[in-house]
Write a protein that binds this ligand. Sequence first.
Ligand code: UDX
Length: 449
Amino acid sequence: MKITIFGTGYVGLVTGACFAEAGYQVMCVDIDKEKIERLKQGIIPIYEPGLDRVVKENYAAQRLHFSTSAGEGVAFGEFQFIAVGTPPDEDGSADLKYVLAVAEEIGRHMEQHRIVIDKSTVPVGTADKVRAKISSVLAERKVDLTFDVISNPEFLKEGSAVADFMKPDRIVIGADSPANAERMRELYAPFNRNHDRLIVMDIRSAELTKYAANAMLATKISFMNEISNLAERLGADVENVRIGIGSDPRIGYQFIYAGCGYGGSCFPKDVQALARTASTIGYEPRLLNAIEAINQDQKTRLFELVSRHFDGAGNLRGKVFALWGLAFKPNTDDMREAPSRVLMEALWAAGARVQAYDPEAMEETQRIYGAREDLVLMGTKEAALKGADGLVICTEWKGFTAPDFAVMAQQLKQPVIFDGRNLYDPSRLQAKGWTYYGIGRGASCKRDN
Ligand code: UDX
């Protein structure tokens, strides 16, 4: 079986590399010439554990191919995956121009039957649009060819994308015929051993499943962040509450960590896109709107804590802050919608400077912000502390969880930590003479009602 993947972003590249790893012939197509050239040289555009090896080995073994030619891609695979971006439009809805451009190329170049699979996260109804686009191009060409459209949303997490793809917890297939579902079952057989992880349903339900999954996870986080805001005002510790409620298996321990807000390419975009879909069909998405609003507020919490500690944003001019963690989460260099950006931009607006360290995302930070006087990227987490007025933590990288607090206290001008990921025990730090602010950590964050 031969597979073509359009788009070499997170989803496309991981999907292509992992199918090749399973032994299939795979061609990854992207319109970005430079990206494709670099991939051929073994330069991977993103930091993603394990991806480097899978791409290089399968490229060397000639199972994984790269091309900028849509025609070549359409001719190559019986299975044509669409895994291009769906960036938010001005109004928050998903922009389908890249998805439909691929559909058009498929219609233009196909010479035999093709199975077209939507892998990108796309609004309900997109499969119909893809089908209509291909049909109209075929009609223009006056050719009589058949094709199928299938929805197969991807649930991989950045930072563990390869592992998630190789050992999925589910493979959702939206198909309009048992025969199509069967082809997908065959395709995914290498990833579906031991017990059946394939969930087959109609196309629209599959499309909605992806949004519902992300919105549900985002709900858990925003809910917990709301509880953390209550905990601060009530003198309770959200970390105790988390353990207390997580022990109920109906709630579970996962995704109930309060913090400085969720980021990344999916949650903010998908929650907004689903809310937008709801509005356009005349349904007011009250919960979805609240999830996103809470998250936007939450991203300003660290700055609030910092300015409160220094008696107002007006006193931050000329201050220097050490920042640990730039990426939106650990094990990635992705800065999309990262809470660190909201914090840095607020500190800069108040006239403060930032000395930042991140194990992977510094190059990306440099690319986004360029050279500026109020941002210095430091080679180690210790170097970032030197002469700073306080430490702010935005990402829970493993290397940050057990630092040497005595050494840290010597580097900082004053021993104060604003911890957006609740990494430390407030009472232990307070006993060592630190001023410690977490998110929703009871007395340490108590604010006036
Ligand atoms: C998410 C989904 O998990 C994945 O299934 C989907 O395919 C794409 O979107 P990802 O964006 O890689 O994956 O990140 P995820 O691990 O879900 O974290 C998202 C954000 O939520 C991060 O900023 C993280 O720090 C934050 N988060 C997560 C919390 O603030 N609290 C939590 O309890 C969990």
